[in-house]
Design a binder for this molecule. Structure first.
Ligand code: NAD
Length: 485
């Protein structure tokens, strides 16, 4: 039986409309030059007004970051670590407020929004522990050669709308740990959590070290091309990522691009069907299918195909969809109208190209709700398989041999993540090694960690986030070569 609840929010929903949201520019909380309405995607009602910067405020934010860099780069590691620990403590103290704002603007269940804050805390605290000692490359009678990591300067952090608080924190923390200063630009549809972070940072950091400015769609390109910005850390679509890279070229900015994905799960012949279906369902539909590393294509061996499809459709039918502030909700709406319209187009493609075995129908009433939808017997040539579906609609394809499935899985321009599911772990790991992705999991998916590098191959991105490699992305190498000859 399917459960989609009425999209009415619990009574205390309006707690955001009475309070101001401000940008953080040069240590001051300031109103925008204009405002953008923030919409609850579950009700389509305006829940708050968020500030939007104009060109002048953007220039002030970049100038403040540029000026603060001259001090922050020299304050020393211990003081930066101390600041990061204070930020983490202050975020922890406001966990519920941040989670509720995230639920209201993103649409995700409150349990998931709390997890976003907890992940941000885990990342912040673990990154603060990383030591950044210089590396000794040569120490003999010829020379003493050391390699140091120097901050780049002003970093622009451009954030999407799916995990906005976590994404902001996991960019800001390694940037400031390594001595950079930052201008953060949230997505126009999910700015509130970033403005709350601005209030926290104002109390902890010297003026200008982190600046947070609001956007209604025009700020991203201005940051990407700004000559005083040294690096752009971008998470978003592959289309926008290409534009960021082009904008960065004239001043040779460093760029890290975390872009789209079309992750595949391969279910091997010996898999435990019920368990694989359950776990794959979790990672396929997490955040209503709006995660770069959601499982978006599912390939199942022909001998278990029917059983897997039936189990998967049963899980979709049982999913509880509703307003995120309801603690029992498992799946919220998709985040914005543009995504909703894309998802509706995907439903039409699903009906046209395959056999829909769960969900599939447009929901009546307010809110951008799309029930988890499962499609079987669909060819690899369908757009639902070839394109990244950033919404809760998932195709299941049949395969007969490992060589066949590896070829089909790799036949994509994306290369973000992937997973292989089976009881014979050695075999699954061998298949995993043949997948062209930045990360391939065996019997799991999405398992990210602050200590493990994450990034895309092919057109899923450039550069790395997380792990020591991810921290090093916020630095330039500086070799000091002392001759002893
Ligand atoms: P988007 O690319 O439209 O927007 C992302 C951010 O970039 C927003 O803040 C937006 O304002 C800004 N932006 C847009 N065009 C820009 C430009 N030309 N220059 C500078 N900034 C620009 O993407 P979205 O709709 O917010 O998110 C959905 C997409 O992002 C999906 O394709 C998804 O796979 C991808 N994504 C990837 C990751 C990852 O880690 N790889 C994480 C989340 C989302």
């Amino acid at each position: 039986m399917t459960q989609t609840k009425t999209p009415a929010a619990p009574g205390d929903r309006k707690d955001l409309s009475g309070r101001p949201f401000r940008q953080l520019i040069d240590g001051q909380l300031v109103a925008g030059a204009s405002e953008v309405p923030v919409v609850d995607p579950a009700t389509e009602e305006i829940i708050a007004k968020a500030p939007v910067a104009d060109r002048n405020q953007l220039e002030q934010a970049v100038a403040a970051a540029k000026s603060a860099f001259q001090t922050w780069r020299n304050v020393g590691h211990e003081r930066r670590v101390e600041a990061i620990r204070k930020i983490a403590d202050a975020v922890a103290a406001r966990r519920e407020e941040i989670a509720r704002a995230t639920t209201l603007e993103v649409g995700k269940p409150i349990t998931a929004a709390r997890m976003d804050v907890d992940l941000a805390l885990l990342w912040a605290r673990q990154v603060a522990e990383v030591s950044l000692e210089p590396e000794i490359l040569q120490d003999d009678e010829q020379a003493y050669i050391t390699m140091h990591r120097r901050p780049i300067g002003v970093v622009a952090a451009i954030i999407p709308w799916n995990f906005p608080f976590f994404q902001t924190v996991y960019k800001v923390i390694p940037a400031i740990l390594t001595g950079n200063t930052v201008v953060v630009k949230p997505s126009p549809t999910t700015p509130l959590n970033a403005m709350i972070l601005g209030e926290i940072l104002q109390d902890v950091l010297p003026a200008g070290v982190v600046n947070i400015i609001g956007d209604n769609g025009h700020i991203g390109p201005l940051l990407a091309e700004h000559p005083d910005i040294g690096k752009v850390s971008f998470t978003g679509s592959t289309v926008a990522g290409r534009k960021v890279m082009a904008s960065a070229a004239p001043t040779l900015k460093r760029v890290v691009l975390e872009l789209g994905g079309n992750d595949a799960a391969i279910v091997l012949e010996d898999a435990d069907v019920a368990k694989a279906a359950r776990d794959i369902f979790t990672w396929a539909f997490m955040n209503s299918g709006q995660v770069c590393i959601n499982i978006k294509r599912i390939f199942v061996h022909e001998s278990i195909y029917d059983a897997f499809c039936d189990a998967f459709a049963g899980l979709a039918d049982a999913a509880v969809v509703g307003h995120g502030l309801d603690e029992t909700t498992q799946y919220g709406p998709v985040q914005n109208r543009r995504q909703y319209e894309t998802a509706l187009r995907c439903l039409e493609i699903a009906q046209r190209d395959g056999k829909v075995i769960a969900g599939g129908a447009r929901q009546d009433g307010k809110g951008y709700f799309v029930r988890p939808t499962v499609v079987r017997d669909i060819p690899d040539t369908s757009d639902l398989v070839r394109e990244e579906t950033f919404g809760p609609i998932r195709p299941i394809m049949k395969y007969s041999s490992i060589d066949d499935v590896v070829r089909r899985v790799n036949d994509t321009d994306y290369g973000l993540g992937g997973s292989v599911w089976g009881r014979d772990i050695d075999l699954a790991a061998k298949v995993a090694a043949r997948i062209d992705s930045g990360t391939t999991w065996v019997n799991s998916h999405f398992a990210l960690s602050p200590g493990v590098p994450f990034g895309g191959r092919k057109q899923s991105g450039l550069g790395t986030e997380f792990g020591l490699d991810g921290i090093h992305e916020y630095t330039d190498r500086h070799v000091i070569n002392v001759s002893r000859a």
